[in-house]
Design a binder for this molecule. Sequence first.
Ligand SMILES: Cc1cc2nc3c(=O)[nH]c(=O)nc-3n(C[C@H](O)[C@H](O)[C@H](O)COP(=O)(O)OP(=O)(O)OC[C@H]3O[C@@H](n4cnc5c(N)ncnc54)[C@H](O)[C@@H]3O)c2cc1C
Length: 434
Amino acid sequence: MMTEIIKKLINLLGEKKVKFSKDYLEKYGIDWYKEIKPDPTAIVFPYNENDLQEIVLFAEKEDQKLVISGGRTGLCGGATAANKEIVVSLEKMNDMNWIPKKNQVVCQAGAITDNVKNFVAEHDRLLPISLASSSSSSIGGNVATNAAGSKFIKYGSTKDHIAKIKVMLANGEMLTLKKEIKKDATGPNLMELFFGSEGVLGIIYEVTFNTCEQPKYIENILIRTGELNFIRQHILAPEVKNIISSIEYWDENCQKLLGDSPESTYFVVVELSSSSKDEIDLCLETLAEKNINIALLNSKQSDEIWAKREDLPVNLASKGAYKMDISVPLETLENFLDEIKKLSPNEMFSFGHLGDGNIHINIVSESNKGKLIDEVYGLLKIHHGSPSAEHGIGQRKKEIWTKFEGYQDKYKLLQTLKKSMDPKNILSPKVFFE
Ligand SMILES: Cc1cc2nc3c(=O)[nH]c(=O)nc-3n(C[C@H](O)[C@H](O)[C@H](O)COP(=O)(O)OP(=O)(O)OC[C@H]3O[C@@H](n4cnc5c(N)ncnc54)[C@H](O)[C@@H]3O)c2cc1C
């Protein structure tokens, strides 16, 4: 319906940049967390900095709430607009530029992650943001959630590659924040404020990434195992660890879901990468000497196994799984997983980034869901884990602030920052806060 607000938006931006038909509202009003019903007023598509500023100043003047939307692959309802907000989709702002002297890529926030990675690869460099969602996620969303993924163990998370960002505040002001030199004590690194800020403190407009050397040699090994302590003892041992770029696993239930007949409790895939073939060979020899039952995969097998790993979240979502994203210290991981399994052997599916202790527990149960979630959180507290390892808080996990110890001061500081940076509460008002 053409409301007064929509008329004003069209006057401001023109018809091309303002959409309000049912299909647009349904598509752009929601992310991957489907439990919140979308109900936005309109979707706006800024094409440049000026458009974005017009939208923000309009929202401030008209007291309209904004929800910032990237690729909408978020799993916590951060990009879902359920209360007549205006959704600001950044997808039209997707330019990329290469800075040869610095091996840096500068991209607008709406650029799709895979497009940026491919662009960087054309310059024989690597942007190691490795998510199963990277064909749809945006760079702005990656920064706003500080996305991690399967290569965290070697390369860290999105923030570890950022040299500079341009971010628009709720008053329409554009800030440029940078940390290009490692040793730099010019006060606190305030760029960090926006990493994981989920659209609440500002709108990320442009990001400059440092890039990494492409590893010349990559090998994948498969380990079928009933126990996991060898990961910490051997795979993460100092003489091996520096060439490990990924340690992913899935459990028996996930193996069955993928159509395989499980030969072991855990299916572990380890990726080794280096610019030196000798280094990889030495690592494989070291592992073989430890009597670890490893199978070296050829490139076809590797591709098939990684495709299966990427299919898992999609498969589980189609079964209506309730997804938990937690991490526990590696020392306690094996016990933790045993205890999780015992809670309900057929309803708990787990997979994830084993090398980081980051487990995606998927509960496939209608009748027991609530009880199992509480029990997992109960175990997590005993094992001193994190209730959100890489997916953020969004609108979905706000209870973490009160239910878990140690987050209350962070919440208070966030409230203070929000009040001073966005006093009219325009940006994503339902994310983090009530
Ligand atoms: C199949 C699948 C696999 C996944 N695997 C991983 C994984 O391995 N690791 C991981 O960390 N995550 C993973 N995710 C979660 C998700 O892909 C990431 O959180 C991703 O970074 C979100 O990017 P997006 O562009 O889709 O963001 P959106 O979903 O659009 O938004 C996420 C949040 O960021 C805010 N936001 C978006 N753009 C901006 C901007 N320009 N400025 C300010 N705020 C903004 C939104 O308002 C929202 O709060 C996965 C998701 C799926 C569906």
